[in-house]
Design a protein around this ligand. Structure first.
Ligand code: ADP
Length: 330
């Protein structure tokens, strides 16, 4: 969603317009004064010739050397007004553009921080409250085996959610702090299976299809980093899809590279206008007050940073007939 113009931006635009108009007015005024100066100087010249008893007509006057000097000065002043006017206007516009851009960034950052605080508060409060309620229920009531199992499984899901949140926060902080991948041979298939098993704790009804060629060779990558990439993409695919919509993860060899990882879902999809912004830190589509899904806006930032630090690339496109496809090339 495109942010609304803030009052600061309106003010900057108003000041910019005023200054450009004021500059234009001064330039026109100087231009006219230059014309008036020429006319006055010509009058003085004519008077001088008359005093010297020379009555020149206008053609003869234009031929005189003194008139040419006045004309040259007039043209020089015109060029000066024009070039300096353009130069100062460009400098002014550039300066105001820089200020405007900084202001826009500041507003976007403040909005993201606010969104982050709102979402993190919610993300921390709800699993803690749910776990507390579960423990209180177990302490107060005599429950049968089946009920205890149900409460434990819900508790594990909440704990897994908290664990993911804490892992994301730590990893985001480390990425800010010059994190570098530690490459080692990694079995991609095993990483994907682990991630699917983790996802099933949080999304018990998840239907995930994995497609990876038999005997796919290990790739050189940071094990934790790669796990985080797969986990975040898979969790998002499940989170932003209806519970019964299947998610497909496939790995294929890529000439000149190690592999291409594709995560395709049949969920809500991502509007074209948002496709590049979703990789920004704390960016979430929509508005925190009205958004239904949980999250912090850190997942895709972490994914894109890890992929970038591995020298790889990530792209996003629409799935057909609906949903999203993320493609990571390492
Ligand atoms: P979040 O914690 O909000 O999921 P992410 O950084 O993982 O943060 O994603 C940023 C935003 O991108 C999400 O808020 C969501 O709107 C959108 N998004 C990410 N993955 C998908 C997907 N598979 N389908 C639809 N929207 C997605």
């Amino acid at each position: 969603m495109k942010p609304k113009r803030s009052s600061l931006q309106w003010l900057t635009t108003a000041v910019l317009t005023y200054m450009v108009l004021a500059f234009a007015w001064w330039a026109i005024e100087l231009w006219r004064q230059n014309d008036r100066l020429l006319a006055a100087s010509v009058q003085v010249l004519v008077q001088k010739y008359r005093r010297d008893s020379l009555n020149l007509d206008s053609d003869a006057l234009r031929e005189t050397a003194e008139y040419q000097v006045l004309l040259d000065r007039h043209r020089r002043h015109r060029r000066m007004i024009l070039s300096e006017g353009i130069f100062f206007t460009l400098c002014l516009m550039f300066g105001l553009w820089v200020i405007n851009r900084a202001a826009r960034r500041e507003v976007a950052l403040a909005r993201q921080r606010r969104n982050f605080l709102l979402s993190i508060t919610h993300e921390l409060k709800s699993p803690v409250a749910a776990m507390r309620l579960a423990l209180e229920t177990m302490a107060r009531r005599a429950l049968n085996r089946e009920q205890i199992e149900q409460i434990c499984s819900n508790g594990m899901r909440d704990a897994a959610r908290l664990q993911t949140l804490v892992d994301d926060l730590l990893l985001a902080a480390r990425l800010e702090d010059n994190w570098q991948p530690q490459p080692e041979p990694v079995d991609v298939s095993a990483v994907i299976q682990d991630c699917v098993a983790n996802a099933k704790v949080r999304f018990p009804k998840a239907c995930v299809e994995v497609e990876i060629p038999a005997n796919f060779p290990p790739i050189q990558a940071d094990r934790l980093g790669l796990t985080s990439v797969v986990q975040n993409l898979l969790d998002n695919a499940l989170k932003y899809s209806p519970p019964d919509a299947p998610v497909r993860i496939s790995v294929t060899p890529l000439p000149g590279r190690q592999m291409r990882l594709t995560v395709a879902d049949q969920g809500v999809g991502i509007p074209d206008a948002e496709k590049s912004a979703i990789f920004e830190k704390f960016y979430r589509i929509g508005n925190e007050e009205t958004r239904q899904t949980t999250g912090t806006g850190l997942g895709l930032y972490i994914v894109s940073q890890i992929v970038r630090l591995h020298g790889g690339s990530i792209s996003v496109c629409d799935n057909y007939p609906r949903g999203t496809v993320f493609v990571v090339e390492l």
